[in-house]
Design a binder for this molecule. Structure first.
Ligand SMILES: O=C(CO)[C@H](O)[C@H](O)COP(=O)(O)O
Length: 220
């Protein structure tokens, strides 16, 4: 059983004072930082690239940086984020030309590797690669925007994935991203998730320590 982790998504942070905002959520108890990378091609929104990752490293952020690539193609940005200081990189199977090669590319840089599955993407995408992964990122909203409502059928998908990982005797984290907040995080934890991405539920509150403390209490 993995220790549950809270990963604030900087998509909802204050970009005008990003370094300080990231410092603040870490001081408030966040376990790592989540990067939502959007290319206005794979998803209909544009966010930020590897320069922001290296800028945060230069600023002094030493916590793990968990990069979620919502881009196609993936290989060039895998390399650039690894060089910029990413600790974990996930990408979408349908966005990769050669899935196994891209997984190996992440690993070759010493980063943890994950696959991200959209709400409409089946677990069968994991069939031949699950044993190679450090985590699976279950999207509980359609990718592209923060602040959307959690899609309820994600719960069944998480439960099925958890059984599959356990039956195979694998050690693969389940990360859930989209619409996570105090009203649903306990149910998502119970279903089998152990890494929780939250953007608006954390950054849109006044007191990060209070919010993260409450989320942690609900999953402990
Ligand atoms: O990656 C996303 C959308 O593509 C996530 O939904 C986002 O990072 C989390 O935001 P929120 O907690 O506000 O739903």
């Amino acid at each position: 059983m993995f220790k549950p982790l809270i990963a604030p998504s900087i998509l909802s942070a204050d970009f005008a004072r990003l370094g300080q905002d990231v410092d603040d959520v870490l001081a408030a108890g966040a376990d790592l930082i989540h990067f939502d990378v959007m290319d206005n091609h794979y998803v209909p929104n544009l966010s930020f690239g590897p320069m922001i990752c290296s800028a945060l490293r230069k600023y002094g952020i030493s916590a793990d940086i968990d990069v979620h690539l919502m881009v196609t193609p993936v290989d060039d940005l895998i390399e650039r984020f690894a060089e910029a200081g990413a600790s974990m990189i996930s990408f979408h199977p349908e966005a990769a030309m050669h899935l196994d090669r891209s997984i190996e590319l992440v690993k070759s840089h010493g980063c943890k590797v994950g696959l991200a599955l959209n709400p409409g993407t089946g677990l069968h995408e994991l069939d031949h690669v699950l044993h190679k992964l450090d985590h699976v990122l279950i999207m509980s909203v359609n990718p592209g925007f923060g602040g959307q409502a959690f899609i309820e059928h994600s719960i069944e998908k998480i439960k099925t994935l958890k059984s599959r990982i356990d039956e195979a005797g694998l050690s693969v984290r389940i990360e859930v991203d989209g619409g996570i907040n105090a009203s649903n995080i306990a149910q998502v934890r119970k279903a089998g998730a152990d890494m929780f991405v939250a953007g608006s539920a954390i950054f849109n509150t006044e007191n990060y320590a209070h919010t993260i403390g409450k989320l942690k209490q609900l999953i402990s």
